[in-house]
Every structure is written in structure tokens, then in C-alpha cells.
Design a protein around this ligand. Structure first.
Ligand SMILES: Cc1cc2nc3c(=O)[nH]c(=O)nc-3n(C[C@H](O)[C@H](O)[C@H](O)COP(=O)(O)OP(=O)(O)OC[C@H]3O[C@@H](n4cnc5c(N)ncnc54)[C@H](O)[C@@H]3O)c2cc1C
Length: 444
């Protein structure tokens, strides 16, 4: 195969391009933004806390060997998940326990900049930034090219619609839609006369606000990360962790319209309503810190799953991945790892040859996204304000998981098992292992 074109240089685009570089003579990544270091317009969520789950970290290290160590050398903060983190999930504070895996705390632009540099060091990968992926060209039932249009002349700006902009046509054997939640492949399928994927939506109405603090070294003892999940009784949560450059990033948010204010007083009061009484050191430290430069808001109206795997007829040479396929409630911190799992699905599909590649990939990517989607859906639908209802079996599983979480406050084996499932290292069924079941019945 000669030329693959990846639309979008977010996490899904970078990881897919890495996988394609092993199979295609040339890979071109087309990105709408002009790519400079740091936060950018096309990834507004990049200004908010982005936890990289252990499984996502493993995959990144597999695709870019040594990347995690390089990130640590450059300033990312490794932490032991149950020893150097305070995790309150479902209202239960997980007990301290020793785990083999490390978490990695860093900002999203820092991660993306690093992975982009690694990707572009490959001899057969090119980047066209400041170009909009407009539409594929089809010959019969096969994609043969991608039309792109210049979007801007200066970094950080974008011309609306690309009207009248310079255009180019890139011949392509494979076009990958990694354009995030607003991915265009569903639209493109409709325009080319193909069936569009069915879309599931769960209206979670999440609102976020984020700022960065400078806090003294050792401010929370050994702890480097504080995570408080929302509960149906109090649909607010937060993540506070130390990132590169010695700063601490704090994102807080709420579901079902319970959004944080963006003035400092209101923001800190909102944070105070989330911090449990068992952490009396947090609010004094935040209130004593130098004023943060700004408080950035974000909205996430609904979780979206596009069911490409159910399509009966798809054109040859067009696939979608990452948030374009499955975009879940950010409160669970799984989106980047879901994109990484789909990149592995692409690698494995390509390894089995090019025949019926698109449908085989969609089935594999659908399986990879399913765990993440189910997990988020089960948690979201437990909130009375979120429309929709879980089937009975899922409700029973959800109740059992609540009990595992309660057991995890006392029993290290339950805490480790739960943290491994949460980190996507193990499938949820491992929580049903006899040893965990026993401890759950005893403590939960
Ligand atoms: C507030 C918030 C917090 C989050 N926190 C976490 C977290 O803690 N952990 C986690 O794992 N996930 C988190 N996520 C989810 C995570 O950001 C996404 O799942 C992840 O970015 C998906 O990657 P992607 O590459 O599919 O999409 P994106 O990262 O959105 O990238 C899409 C790319 O496509 C480009 N693009 C769009 N249209 C075009 C076009 N027409 N032509 C060319 N390029 C185009 C965009 O500029 C962008 O670069 C969070 C999300 C939000 C909203």
C-alpha cells in the first residue's frame, strides 16, 4: 500500500499514523491547526486536566518505545496510583496499596507535542498543518484521494469554512478520520450515497472549569494526585495533580447542568464543596496559593458513539477512529486510552492483510471502544438527571461494582483490582474473580 492520509493530529491521529507508517510507503497527517507547541484551538479540551491511564501509557510506549521515560525526563510526574494518590470513587476513598504500574501526570499539549515530534522523526511520515480535510474523492466504491484546503496563514488562526482557500488533492489508498468528536466521515458517507452510522447519544450536560496553581513542594505529603469522582447524590468531581514544570492543574466539573463558576471565589467554593472532610489540607493550600492566571471553562453536552461496526456497506479506503467513533464523558479520563486501544486494533487488523480492511477494523475498534463506552454509560445512567435507563443486568453489575468500591476502602486486593479495571489494564470481569468476590462480600 502506497499512501495513507490521516485527518487530524490529535491523540488518535498521531497513534494511527504511527501504526500506518509500518505498513504504508508514505503517511501524511493533515491538521487544520497550525501546530506550535502548547494549547491550540482544534483541541480546546487540551487546557483541562488529562489523566493518561496506565493502559494508554503502555500502548504509547509500545508504539513509541521509550516515550514514557523521555516524558519523565522532560518533566512528566510519575506516581504510584494507590500510594501517592488520593482516590475517592463513588464516595469511597480507596485504601493505600502497592501496585506494579505507575500513573503519569502531565498536560495534554506536553504529551501531544512529544508524540508528534517522535512521529515526525519517522522518515515516511509528513505533516501538513494549517490544512482542512474537506472531502474524499471516490472512484466507484473506493476512496482514491482526499481534497484539502488551506485554512490560515498565521499560527492559531483559522479562516471560516475555507471558502476561496487554496486547495489540493492528495492521492490516497486509505483516509483515516481522526478529527475528534466532530469527525466528518459520517457526513462523507452520506454525501457519497452510503448508509451513515447509527449514533448513540447520552446527554450528560457536563461543565468543567480548570486552572493551574503553583503550590509548595510536598504540599500534600507524598501525594501527587487527588481524584474525587461524582456521585448521583453530588454530581460534582475534580482532579488535582502535579504536572511538568512543578505546577498543579485543577479541573473541577459537574454533570446534569451543575457546572462550576469561572470567577475565583465561586470556583474555589465549588471546589470546597467537592473536597471530602478527610482532606483538610487541600482548601487551605489552594486558598494560600498565588492567584491563578485564568479559569478556563469547557462544556461536554453528550457522550457519542457512532456505530460504524454495524454498517453493511462501506467504501474501500475510509475509516474513522478515536473520538470520531466513541467520545465518552471526560470525568472518567478514558478518551485518550480509548484512542490508543483503537490504534492497536488498527495495527492488528493491518497485520491480517488488506482484504475487507475497513469492516474488520470497525469490528475490532468497536470491541476496543465497547469497554470504555459500557463503563461510562453504566456510570452516567446512574444519575437521575441523565435521560435513559440501564438494562436490569447492567443495574445489577453496577450495584456489585458499588460494593467492590466500598470494599476497596478497606481491602488492598479489591482496591488494586478496581484500580486495574479503571486503568483499562484488566477487563471488568476480573472483579468477579472468587478472591475479589469473597473480599467484596466481606467488606462491601
Ligand atoms: C474537558 C475534557 C477533559 C478530558 N479529559 C481527559 C482525560 O483526563 N483523559 C483522557 O484520556 N481523555 C480526556 N478527554 C478526552 C480526550 O480529550 C479525547 O478522547 C481525545 O482527545 C480524543 O482524541 P482524538 O484524536 O480522537 O480527537 P482530538 O484530540 O479532539 O483531535 C482531533 C484533531 O482533529 C483536528 N481536526 C478537526 N477537524 C479537522 C479537519 N476538518 N481537517 C483537519 N484536521 C481537523 C483537530 O484540530 C484536532 O487536532 C477529555 C475531554 C474533554 C472535553
Amino acid at each position: 500500500m502506497d499512501h495513507a492520509v490521516v485527518c487530524g493530529a490529535g491523540l488518535a491521529g498521531l497513534l494511527s499514523a504511527r501504526v500506518l507508517a509500518d505498513r504504508f510507503a508514505r503517511v501524511t497527517v493533515v491538521e487544520r491547526d497550525r501546530l506550535t507547541r502548547g494549547p491550540r484551538r482544534g483541541v480546546p479540551q487540551g487546557r483541562h486536566a488529562h489523566a493518561l491511564l496506565p493502559r494508554g501509557q503502555q500502548i504509547i510506549d509500545e508504539l513509541f518505545p521509550g516515550a514514557v521515560a523521555e516524558l519523565v525526563v522532560a518533566g512528566a510526574v510519575p506516581y504510584r496510583p494507590l500510594e501517592q494518590a488520593r482516590m475517592v470513587l463513588g464516595g469511597n476513598r480507596m485504601c493505600r496499596a502497592a501496585m506494579d504500574n505507575h500513573g503519569l501526570a502531565l498536560t495534554r499539549p506536553f504529551l501531544e507535542d512529544h508524540l508528534r515530534a517522535r512521529l515526525l522523526a519517522l522518515p515516511n511520515v509528513d505533516l501538513l498543518d494549517g490544512w482542512d480535510a474537506v472531502a474524499p474523492t471516490l472512484t466507484g466504491d473506493a476512496v482514491t484521494a482526499l481534497r484539502i484546503a488551506r485554512t490560515d496563514t498565521a499560527p492559531g488562526t483559522r479562516a471560516a469554512g475555507g471558502g476561496g482557500a487554496e486547495e489540493r488533492v492528495l492521492p490516497a489508498d486509505l483516509v483515516v478520520d481522526a478529527m475528534g468528536r466532530a469527525g466528518r466521515s459520517s457526513l462523507w458517507l452520506g454525501e457519497a450515497g452510503f448508509e451513515r452510522p447509527h449514533t448513540d447519544r447520552v446527554a450528560v450536560d457536563v461543565g468543567y472549569a480548570t486552572c493551574t496553581f503553583t503550590l509548595p513542594d510536598g504540599v500534600f505529603g507524598e501525594d501527587l494526585l487527588i481524584l474525587v469522582g461524582s456521585t448521583p447524590e453530588r454530581p460534582r468531581g475534580l482532579a488535582l495533580f502535579k504536572v511538568e514544570g512543578g505546577r498543579w492543574i485543577l479541573s473541577t466539573g459537574g454533570m446534569c447542568g451543575d457546572h462550576p463558576p469561572t470567577d475565583l471565589c465561586g470556583f474555589l467554593d465549588y471546589v470546597a464543596s467537592v473536597i471530602p472532610g478527610s482532606m483538610p489540607d487541600v482548601m487551605p493550600a489552594l486558598r494560600a496559593a498565588p492567584l491563578p492566571a485564568e479559569i478556563v471553562p469547557a462544556r461536554f453536552p453528550d457522550a457519542v458513539r457512532r456505530r460504524f461496526e454495524r454498517l453493511r456497506r462501506v467504501p474501500r479506503g475510509l475509516i474513522a477512529t478515536g473520538d470520531a467513533v466513541c467520545s465518552v464523558d471526560p470525568l472518567y479520563g478514558q478518551g485518550m486510552s480509548a484512542a490508543a486501544l483503537q490504534a492497536l486494533a488498527l495495527r492488528d487488523t493491518l497485520a491480517d492483510g488488506g482484504h475487507d480492511l475497513e469492516r474488520r477494523f470497525y469490528r475490532a475498534a468497536g470491541r476496543a471502544a465497547e469497554t470504555v463506552w459500557r463503563f461510562a454509560l453504566t456510570a452516567d445512567l446512574a444519575f437521575p438527571g441523565v435521560p435513559g435507563r440501564l438494562p436490569l443486568t447492567s443495574r445489577m453489575i453496577s450495584r456489585y461494582v458499588d460494593r467492590v468500591q466500598r470494599a476497596a476502602t478497606k481491602d488492598p486486593s479489591c482496591a488494586i483490582a478496581f484500580a486495574r479495571v479503571l486503568g483499562l489494564l484488566d477487563p471488568p470481569e476480573t472483579l468477579m474473580r472468587p478472591a475479589i468476590l469473597r473480599q467484596t462480600l466481606r467488606h462491601g
